[in-house]
Design a protein around this ligand. Structure first.
Ligand code: GLY
Length: 350
């Protein structure tokens, strides 16, 4: 098949890589590859850490994609950080939130270890005033910028700058299939399927050793701290706001992140701030991705990965390639679930 992919972020590139591996002919269109949410992402491969009530299907998809990551990372020559993830709560209410998350993991059959304060400190000696938490041994991380660079190493000759196609999907006359993977901004008539959810992220360099990803509740605020394997870089994220305006971090967002992070890991006070980034996550109405066919013949979505673009990239790639080859569709992520809903009320996608 000849496949045109709109968007060369981690999802579009992973789809391209999978299709090429299966012998298809691929071109990508993106004026600025890898510069969207993939550029800001911390790279948590963390289906358990992101699990929440009412999102069981998303947890299932995340666990399934996590299983694809070791071979995907190995093939790209990108290391995974495999020391697991700590959940931590600072006050009693925060520990209660951790407990609510553990209840979701119980239902999903995900393994974890509940930890008292001293057990948390034994695993991460730099922790501050945490009251309790848990260890998620299977939740890892990867550097998304390294993944994008490795994919672009192979694929950049296939990327055309093109324009972002806001007005509509221009199906290329040569391509059999057009895959839309343009992140938080989909072209018409799909744009209303995505709600951009802004996230500010801070990157620091620290002399302190942080062994594991820490996801904490800090007096009701959520923060995560993701150390990069074998470097002194640490990613602190992320705010979550449905707001428009220029892609610039806000003083409040950055202050909240840093305030929470330094309470959980006080050694971060001595870290050097090297970068502050703001990008929009591609959220959907049900927080599940949009992967598969649309009502336009030959147009396939690989979109709506929301908080899990890095985690879900290899699974989305596999689902898109399977669909292109056989027509099979994973019902939970079928983009037409929304058009079916709206058709019955007479509304349109636009
Ligand atoms: N998965 C982390 C985030 O979206 O902030």
């Amino acid at each position: 098949m000849r496949v045109q992919i709109l968007g060369a972020g981690i999802v579009g590139l992973s789809v391209a890589d999978e299709l090429i591996r299966r012998g298809h002919e691929v071109t990508l269109v993106d004026p600025s590859p890898g510069s969207g949410a993939s550029y800001a992402a911390a790279g948590m491969l963390s289906p358990a850490g992101e699990a929440w009530h009412g999102e069981e299907e998303l947890t299932r998809l995340g666990l399934s994609s996590l299983g694809l990551w070791p071979s995907f990372a190995a093939r790209l020559g990108v290391p995974m950080h495999t020391r697991g993830t700590l959940l931590a709560g600072v006050d009693a209410g925060d520990v209660q939130q951790v407990e609510r998350q553990l209840a979701v993991l119980d239902l999903a059959g995900v393994r974890y270890e509940r930890l008292l304060r001293r057990e948390l400190l034994a695993r991460e000696p730099g922790l501050g005033r945490v009251a309790g938490g848990a260890f998620l041994p299977e939740d890892h991380s990867v550097d998304p910028r390294a993944v994008v660079a490795a994919l672009l190493d192979r694929l950049s000759p296939l990327v055309e700058p093109g324009e972002r196609q806001r007005a509509g999907v221009e199906t290329n006359t040569v391509a059999d299939v057009t895959v839309v993977a343009t992140g938080a901004r989909l072209p018409a008539p799909y744009s209303s399927l995505i709600r951009p959810v802004r996230g500010d992220v801070v990157r620091v360099r620290t002399p302190e050793r942080i062994e594991r990803t820490v996801r904490a509740w800090v007096h009701g605020e959520q923060v995560y701290v993701v150390p990069r394997a074998d470097t002194d870089e640490v990613v602190i994220g992320a705010t979550s706001e449905e707001r428009d305006g220029p892609l610039l971090p806000t003083v409040e967002g950055v202050w909240r992140l840093l305030d929470s992070a330094r309470r959980v890991l006080p050694g971060l006070d001595r870290a050097a701030v090297v970068e502050v980034t703001s990008r929009d996550r591609p959220g959907t109405a049900d927080n599940l991705p949009l992967v598969g066919p649309t009502d336009e013949p030959g147009v396939v979505l690989a979109a709506g990965a929301f908080r899990n673009g890095v985690l879900l990239a290899p699974l989305i790639a596999r689902l898109v390639a399977d669909h292109v080859e056989t027509g099979v569709v994973e019902a939970a992520v079928d983009p037409r679930r929304f058009s079916r809903d709206t058709r019955s009320t007479g509304d349109s996608w636009t």
